[in-house]
Design a protein around this ligand. Structure first.
Ligand code: PLP
Length: 354
C-alpha cells in the first residue's frame, strides 16, 4: 500500500450525481444553477463534475481559483462571488460576471473593462436581512441608476445572500421581496434583469415549500452539491450522496493508558485547563492529523470512534472498541468547515476515487 496519508478521497461521480439531481429538481421550476467551487479551492476536476451534472455557471469567491479553472481549459461562464477593488484588472480579465455592492469597485471595474475593451456583467446584491453583503433597499434605486451610467458595465441581474452571517432563512416573504424589486427596477429603468439569484444551499426548504417562486430563476450552490444537505437545518436532501469527501488518517500510536493524567494540571497546548473523567485504563489511539489540518469538531468517524483530545498535530481517539494498530487507517466524513480546512491544508493529499 502506497497511498499518501492523510488524504481526502473525493468521488467525482458522486459529486456529478448530486449536481444532476439538484439541477433536475431546480430546473423543474426554471431555476438555473451556479456551481460554487470555493470550498474546494476551484479544483478543476470537481468543477468539471459540476458542469457535467448540469450547472450553467461556475462561481467562486476567489479570482485565483477562477484563473486555475480557466487554465485547466474550463470555458463555462465564471462568476466571482466577492469583488475586491484591488483585483479589478484581473477580474475583468478572468471573470465573466461579478457580484457587486460598492460604487467605488464598480468604477474600477468599469475603468479596466474599458481599457481591456470588454463588457463586464454584474449582478447587484441587495440586503434582505442577513446583514452580510448587499445594498440597503433605500439606496438600491440610486445605486442602479449610477451603475447604468458606467461604461462597459452591464447589469444582468440582482441577487441576495441569506443564512450566512445572520442565519436568516430564505422564505416566502424575503424571496417575494426580491421578486418585487426585480419588477420595480425593470419598470423604473426600462431594463431586463435576466438573472435573479435568490441565494445558496439554504434555499432548499423555501423552494420545496413554495407554490410560487416568483421571479427567482437562479441559485448558487456549493455545500448541497458537495455534501448532500441543505444548510438551514443541515438535513440530507433525498437521494444525494453525503460522503463524496472522506478524510483518511494514519494511526501512529495505539496503547493502553490510564484516562487520568498524572501530575499537577496547568494549561494544555491551546491555553485551556482540561478536565478529565476517570474511566480506568483504556486503549488510546493517536492519529497523524491535528488542528492544523481540521477543526476536530468537524470530524465524524465512520466507525463511531470518539475524539478525546487534540493538539496541532495529534488527535487522540478512544480506541477501546476498535482493534486499531499502528499503521492502520481511520476514516472520517466532514462538515463544511472540515471540508474547507482539509482542502486548504497542504498536508492533506487530494485523491480522486473515480
Ligand atoms: C459561498 C457562497 C455561496 C454558496 O453557498 P453554499 O452554502 O455553499 O451553497 C453562494 N453565494 C455566495 C455569495 C457565497 O459567498
Amino acid at each position: 500500500m502506497n497511498s499518501f496519508l492523510p488524504r481526502i478521497e473525493i468521488s467525482l461521480s458522486q459529486i456529478q450525481e448530486n449536481t444532476q439531481i439538484l439541477s433536475k429538481l431546480y430546473m423543474g421550476k426554471g431555476i438555473s444553477l451556479m456551481g460554487v467551487t470555493k470550498a474546494v479551492l476551484g479544483d478543476p476536476s470537481i468543477a468539471k463534475a459540476m458542469i457535467q451534472g448540469g450547472v450553467e455557471f461556475i462561481a467562486d469567491s476567489r479570482i485565483e481559483n477562477i484563473i486555475k479553472m480557466k487554465n485547466a481549459g474550463i470555458s463555462t461562464p465564471f462568476v466571482l462571488l466577492r469583488t475586491p477593488p484591488s483585483q479589478a484588472e484581473s477580474i475583468i480579465q478572468n471573470a465573466d460576471i461579478s457580484l457587486n455592492t460598492e460604487m467605488e469597485t464598480l468604477k474600477r471595474l468599469s475603468y479596466h473593462a474599458n481599457a481591456q475593451n470588454k463588457i463586464h456583467k454584474v449582478i447587484i446584491m441587495v440586503e434582505l436581512g442577513d446583514l452580510r453583503e448587499g445594498i440597503l433597499l433605500c439606496n438600491l434605486s440610486e445605486f442602479v441608476r449610477q451603475t447604468l451610467s458606467l461604461v462597459n458595465i452591464k447589469i444582468i441581474g440582482i441577487g441576495c445572500n441569506l443564512a450566512c452571517y445572520g442565519g436568516v432563512k430564505p422564505d416566502e416573504k424575503n424571496m417575494h421581496e426580491l421578486s418585487e424589486l426585480v419588477d420595480s427596477l425593470e419598470k423604473e429603468f426600462q431594463i431586463d434583469l435576466k438573472i435573479v439569484s435568490g441565494g445558496n444551499s439554504a434555499n432548499y426548504e423555501w423552494f420545496k415549500s413554495s407554490q410560487n417562486i416568483g421571479r427567482i430563476n437562479n441559485l448558487r450552490l456549493g455545500e448541497s452539491i458537495l455534501l448532500g444537505h441543505e444548510t438551514v437545518g443541515r438535513k440530507v436532501i433525498p437521494d444525494l450522496h453525503v460522503s463524496a469527501f472522506q478524510l483518511i488518517a494514519e494511526v501512529i500510536e495505539s496503547k493502553k493508558k490510564p484516562s487520568l493524567p498524572t501530575g499537577d494540571i496547568g494549561q494544555d497546548a491551546f491555553g485551556n485547563v482540561p478536565g478529565f473523567l476517570d474511566q480506568g485504563v483504556r486503549q488510546r489511539v493517536i492519529i497523524a492529523l491535528g488542528r492544523q489540518d481540521v477543526p476536530v469538531s468537524s470530524l465524524k468517524s465512520n466507525d463511531k470512534l470518539k475524539v478525546i483530545g487534540s493538539s496541532s498535530d495529534h488527535i487522540i481517539l478512544d480506541g477501546e472498541y476498535s482493534n486499531l494498530e499502528v499503521g492502520d487507517e481511520v476514516k472520517f466524513t466532514l462538515d463544511y468547515g472540515g471540508l474547507l480546512a482539509t482542502m486548504t491544508s497542504p498536508f492533506v493529499m487530494k485523491q480522486f476515487t473515480n
